[in-house]
Design a protein around this ligand. Structure first.
Ligand code: P5A
Ligand code: ZN
Length: 505
């Protein structure tokens, strides 16, 4: 497989994020965008490994309280159409299978855009008694959405390949609301492990999931100043239960509708890891999810392309030490790779920096003599000499440090780009609107808004932003501390709460 690009120009994440993003996907071998269907892409093996490591974390968090299942991709038209609000929201996004060979199907089949209408008819037969509750399941599948807005790899797909969707049923609303909180906590843990900062908001009425009572979303900030929704959690209440007749027999023998929630994450979480942490040298992967955590590079050529020491035995010695280091790391459970290819060290550095390998170990003849190696960190390029006897413990410690540094840096940038306004409570002047608009071009702005759709949409149009929603839950946003939590709507002057607005993906 020849997937190595020839050009080595430095990329510019800050100046042209969109180009940077597309180049990184190609050069780091994450996704091949040459598949001839719009919004549908191919995972390269390296990208798929990254995907699997990220989803292993997600799975292990889910498995604590959910059972993994697998439902069919095809949904009969009748089921998909049952829930009025739900289908209103999705009907323009559904791909249909209408033929088997040349025969028109009696019942058209939808490719799931999400699986409520595949799963809930089965919940109806699975759930009999209060003893069956709570029921918590999830699946990781591909879903299809006929997106009409600009499609983008990992971000806006027509085939979402890695849709993790959870569906739960509860005896009452209190238990369902408790589940919403648990899901928020679970997603917080997940994004914390990926070192991705976020705000958590309750979406406005007009932007909630079709069929839900309310929706909660996680949004992160992309390098171009736009937010991206990376997870959503919905309280469904009884609406789907009534539509699909999901009832259980309570302790007193009465029949009751279940109360439901659902929540989901897609490969946007991978887009976030790539975009938030990457730099002009390429990917920068948190060690937990890096397919290769440590790459070992023998330094046996001088800058002139010759063996620096000019002796064969030196080469062999270096290789021997590299192998020994590799074995030690592997034994310790570290994903190490010994790059013994014929490429020059410079080419190797370039390649593994592009691929986001957190730590590089270099071994040259002098290191062999001194029983040591040299470690170079991907996050700050700092170097450190390490005695061979300490290599495992030093690598482990350094990988942990790298995670913390990456997380800290991402958080600093994120919170530096959340702007809190105090003075724009109502009757805003032209100047103030301009200032708000400028700030919203770089990040997230917190303003006072009443809950009405009219005021929300006026702000959206005036500032060219989306209303993310009311900030809820403790999301570690120091920025929110200290300011007033209630004020007057900047449009209509009525009583209002703090709401985040931003330009959104
Ligand atoms: C929750 C899971 C749902 O579909 N049903 C089951 C609920 N919610 S959602 O908000 O519509 O989608 C969940 C998350 O999926 C991401 N997402 C996408 N990612 C890539 N391409 C798309 N076309 C796409 N559409 C949605 C979002 O992160 C969303 O929060
Ligand atoms: Zn208002």
């Amino acid at each position: 497989m020849n997937m190595q690009p020839k050009t080595k120009t430095l990329l510019q994440k800050e100046n042209n994020f969109s180009e940077w993003y597309n180049e990184i996907l190609k050069r780091a071998e994450i996704l091949d965008v040459r598949y001839p269907v719009k919004g549908v892409y191919v995972w390269y093996p390296y990208g798929y490994k990254l995907r699997n490591l990220i989803y292993t974390i997600l799975r292990s968090l889910m498995d604590k309280e959910h059972k993994e299942t697998l439902f069919p991709l095809l949904i009969p038209k009748e089921e998909l159409m049952k829930e009025r609000e739900h289908i209103k929201g999705f009907e323009e996004e559904v791909f249909w299978v209408t033929k088997g060979g040349s025969t028109e199907l009696d019942i058209p089949l939808a490719l799931r855009p999400t699986s409520e209408t595949a799963i809930y008819p089965v919940f109806k037969v699975w759930i009999r008694s209060h003893r069956d509750l709570p029921l918590r399941i999830y699946q990781i599948v591909n879903t299809f959405r006929y997106e009409t807005r600009h499609t983008r790899p990992l971000i806006r797909l027509r085939e979402i390949t890695s849709f993790k969707e959870a569906h739960t049923a509860h005896a009452d609303r209190a238990d369902a609301e408790e589940q919403v909180k648990k899901a928020v906590a679970l997603y917080k843990k997940f994004f914390d492990e990926l070192a991705i900062p976020y705000v958590i908001t309750k979406r406005p009425e007009w932007d909630k999931f079709p069929g839900a009572e309310y929706s909660i979303a996680f949004d992160t900030l992309m390098p171009d100043g736009k937010t991206m929704q990376i997870a959503t959690i919905h309280l469904l209440g009884e609406s789907f239960a009534r539509t699909f007749d999901i009832q259980y027999e309570d302790k007193d023998g009465s029949l009751k509708y279940v109360n439901q929630t659902c929540y989901g994450i897609s490969e946007r979480c991978i887009a976030a890891v790539i975009s938030v942490h990457g730099d002009d040298h390429g990917l920068m992967l948190p060690p937990e999810v890096a397919p290769i955590q440590v790459v070992i590079v023998p330094i046996i050529y001088s800058s002139k392309g010759k063996n620096a020491e000019g002796e064969e035995s030196g080469v062999k010695e270096v290789e021997k030490v590299c192998l020994a280091v590799y074995e030690k790391l592997k034994k310790a459970g570290i994903r190490a790779f010994f790059d013994n290819s014929v490429d020059r060290p410079g080419a190797k550095y370039y390649r593994w920096e592009m691929k986001g390998v957190p730590l590089r170990i270099e071994v040259g003849p002098r290191d062999v003599r001194d029983n040591r190696c040299e470690c170079v960190r991907r996050d700050d390029f700092s170097r450190m000499r390490v005695p061979l006897s300490e290599v495992v413990s030093k690598v482990k410690g350094t990988l942990n440090e790298i995670h913390d540094c990456i997380a800290k840096r991402a958080k600093e940038i994120f919170f530096a780009n959340i702007y809190k306004t105090e003075g724009y409570e109502a009757g805003k002047g032209e100047e103030e609107m301009k200032e708000l608009s400028t700030k919203a071009a770089h990040g997230i702005v917190s303003i006072f808004l009443c809950g009405s759709q009219r005021c929300g949409q006026e702000v959206e149009e005036h500032l060219g932003v989306s209303v993310l929603g009311e900030a809820i839950y403790d999301d570690g946003n120091e920025n929110r501390e200290g300011g007033k939590s209630e004020g007057k709507c900047m449009i209509c002057s009525r009583k209002a709460k703090r709401v985040y607005v931003a330009r959104a993906y």
